[in-house]
Structures are given as C-alpha cells and as structure tokens.
Design a protein around this ligand. Structure first.
Ligand SMILES: [Mg+2]
Length: 208
C-alpha cells in the first residue's frame, strides 16, 4: 500500500527554541546562560511571579507576530522532497487555535504559520510543493485526530505523545514520535526517533 504521510507542524516541522530564548532574554525573563531549549526556558519563566502569564505572552509573540523568525527543523525539507520524489501524498495537520490567549497584536496564528510556510517555499512547486488545501489547522486535538483519519494517513509524525494517546487515534496508523530522548520501544507501537534523518531512514530505508 502506498503510504499517505501526515505531519504535525509546531515543533515537528518548525522549531521556536532559538526565537523563544531570544524573546525571553529581551523581556528579561531568563538568565543569559539558560539553555536554548523550549522546555528549559518555559520552566525557568514559570518559576517567576506571574510566570505562567509571562510564558503565555512569550508564546503569543513567537507563534504570532514573531513567527517569521522561527526556523525549519533540520532534515524536514529533505524528507518532504523524498516523499515528492516517491509520489507520496503529504498533509500537514496542526492543532492551532486562530488566536493566542495573550497577544496585544491579535495576530491570526494560522495566517502567521501559512506566511512562514510560504516564505520557506512550502507552496512553491520547485520548493516543497504543498497545495494550500493540504494544510489543515484544527482547534482541538480531537479534531486533529479526526482529520488524520479522514485523510487516510498511514503514518503520522508528531512531537507530542498526547496526540497518539487520544482514544480516537486510528490504530492502523504508524505513529512516529519526534523526540530528543527516544526511550526505546513503546507498548502502543509508537516509533520514537531523535531527528529527521532517523525518520527518513525509518520510512525509506538507509541508503546502501
Ligand atoms: Mg507539535
């Protein structure tokens, strides 16, 4: 059977780590030596008074008005190009609300994401070759899983285990978890891999 590939967007295709670090530094929320890592920065901000609100404000900025400075994760483009070369269908299915909880600019987060994709050549036939209607934003995790099922994805790549743990997640879809610390085999059949090179090799086999 020909694979149908589904990809999550935030922290699977695009990384905000450097942007979050820079934004938090500029707002005086973290120490200079803090690791350039979303989770580390988040935990440090949350320890501040009103830290949870400050963290939400940083998120509102980086997913919204500052989105243009986010970075494509290494190896995503090579994976997508390989999918194109193999004539596989590729969809992006993202759990993304239209607006952030805290964002004075009221930037539409979905439009910001589409603008970023456009700038990265996602919709350029000579680039990553996506059609606009092959990119889906859903307001809930449940709706995201329903979309994955409706599209007939045979494999899905996500950085969040919670997506695969949704009771409605179809059992016949190969679950690839992009995680910096793969913990080996998983009882529910999730394949945990550290980077896009490893995902590429898992899906297409290692070059001989
Ligand atoms: Mg994600």
């Amino acid at each position: 059977m020909t694979p149908v590939v589904g990809l999550d967007f935030d922290n699977t295709i695009v990384t905000y780590d450097a942007l979050i670090h820079r934004t938090a530094r500029e707002r005086g929320l973290i120490a200079p030596g803090t690791d350039i890592n979303k989770r580390v920065v988040r935990d440090e901000i949350r320890r501040l008074p009103d830290g949870d609100i400050e963290w939400q404000k940083v998120q509102g900025l980086v997913y919204g008005p500052l989105m243009g400075a986010a970075q494509l994760i290494d190896g995503v483009d090579a994976f997508i190009r390989r999918c194109r070369a193999e004539d596989l269908r590729v969809f992006i299915v993202s759990h993304k609300t239209p607006y952030a909880g805290y964002d004075d600019t009221r930037t539409n987060l979905r439009e910001a994401a589409l603008g970023w994709m456009e700038a990265q050549g996602f919709f350029d036939p000579a680039g990553l070759g996506f059609r606009r209607d092959h990119v889906f934003f859903e307001s809930t995790r449940e709706a995201k899983v329903a979309r994955i099922r409706e599209l007939g994805c045979t494999l899905f790549v996500d950085d969040l285990e919670e997506v695969f743990a949704e009771p409605s997640f179809p059992s016949d879809v190969t679950k690839i978890l992009l995680t910096p610390e793969p913990s080996g085999g998983d009882a529910d059949g999730t394949v945990a891999l550290p980077d896009w090179q490893a995902i590429h090799d898992h899906v297409f086999g290692r070059p001989s």
